[in-house]
Design a protein around this ligand. Structure first.
Ligand code: MG
Length: 266
């Protein structure tokens, strides 16, 4: 797969009149934290993102599954647009707050699932239940594989059962072998990008999205449909619709420094 450092990738980026950069946080700009509630601001990263904010003809949005308040603490930078909880809670460049879903419509169901999931992981080693207000997640990266699989399967069954009593498609359940999350269907990075394109049009801009997981792939699709570019951060190659690959968050940072240098050199 094409490395994002290739000349063929830089060409359209250098010639675009303006850029709109979308950046995921964990696994993209920074290595994964020990737990998702872990907040450790990184001065080097804050300096880098501040320079991006100051780069001419470049708009920047951070889009993360973390809560808005977490990202605000990780990147306390004026003029930065942040979409938290996959875009459910946002703060625009001008400080405007945007909420895509009314918390009171989702909380009752999440509260009852939380109770069931707490029962499920009680006394089990290596599980972490994260409550992001608009969504709930079980993280099982430190659990034994067979136990993780069994707990995630049962957690999914309980969530599916609870969701069937709700208005159609109000919730979505996401997950893999080591992760399970339930949240509003609107908590979707692709839908959020669509919303942002409609709300803050930037017609002559080339959109560029950098992300590392399957939730980012949903955004890659929308960005590419709008003529933009998708950059996937992946230590090991995997199936992706991205245009090119960055090997690690450290490689993303080097690439962004190069972007600043090239855009400022014009
Ligand atoms: Mg990520």
């Amino acid at each position: 797969m094409t490395p994002c450092e290739s000349a063929s990738i830089w060409r359209p980026i250098e010639s675009a009149p303006r850029l709109w950069l979308f950046l995921d946080y964990d696994g993209t700009l920074a290595d994964f934290a020990p737990t998702p509630d872990h907040i450790q601001p990184d001065a080097t990263l804050i300096a880098l993102v501040t320079r991006l904010v100051q780069t001419p003809d470049l708009r920047i949005s951070i889009i993360s599954g973390r809560r808005l308040s977490h990202i605000q603490q990780l990147l306390p930078i004026d003029g930065l647009m942040i979409a938290g909880t996959y875009g459910i809670e946002m703060r625009a460049w001008n400080g405007e707050a945007i909420t895509l879903v009314d918390l009171s419509t989702v909380r009752p169901l999440l509260r009852s699932i939380k109770q069931e999931w707490q029962g499920l992981i009680a006394g089990q080693h290596g599980f972490y239940l994260e409550d992001k207000d608009w969504s709930l997640a079980i993280h099982a990266k430190d659990a034994a594989p067979s136990v993780a699989e069994q707990v995630i399967r049962e957690g999914r069954r309980l969530a599916n059962e609870a969701v069937t009593s709700q208005p159609r498609e109000q919730f979505r359940i996401l997950g893999g072998n080591r992760f399970l999350e339930i949240g509003p269907s609107a908590a979707h990075k692709g839908r959020t990008i669509d919303f942002l394109f409609a709300r803050y049009p930037m017609p002559d801009a080339l959109p560029i999205y950098i992300g590392d997981d399957d939730k980012d792939e949903e955004a890659f699709e929308i960005v590419k449909a709008h003529g933009g570019m998708a950059l996937a951060v992946m230590p090991r190659p995997r199936p992706t619709i991205a245009n090119c690959r960055l090997e690690s968050p450290a490689a993303t940072r080097r690439w962004l420094l190069e972007l600043i240098a090239r855009r400022n050199a014009e």
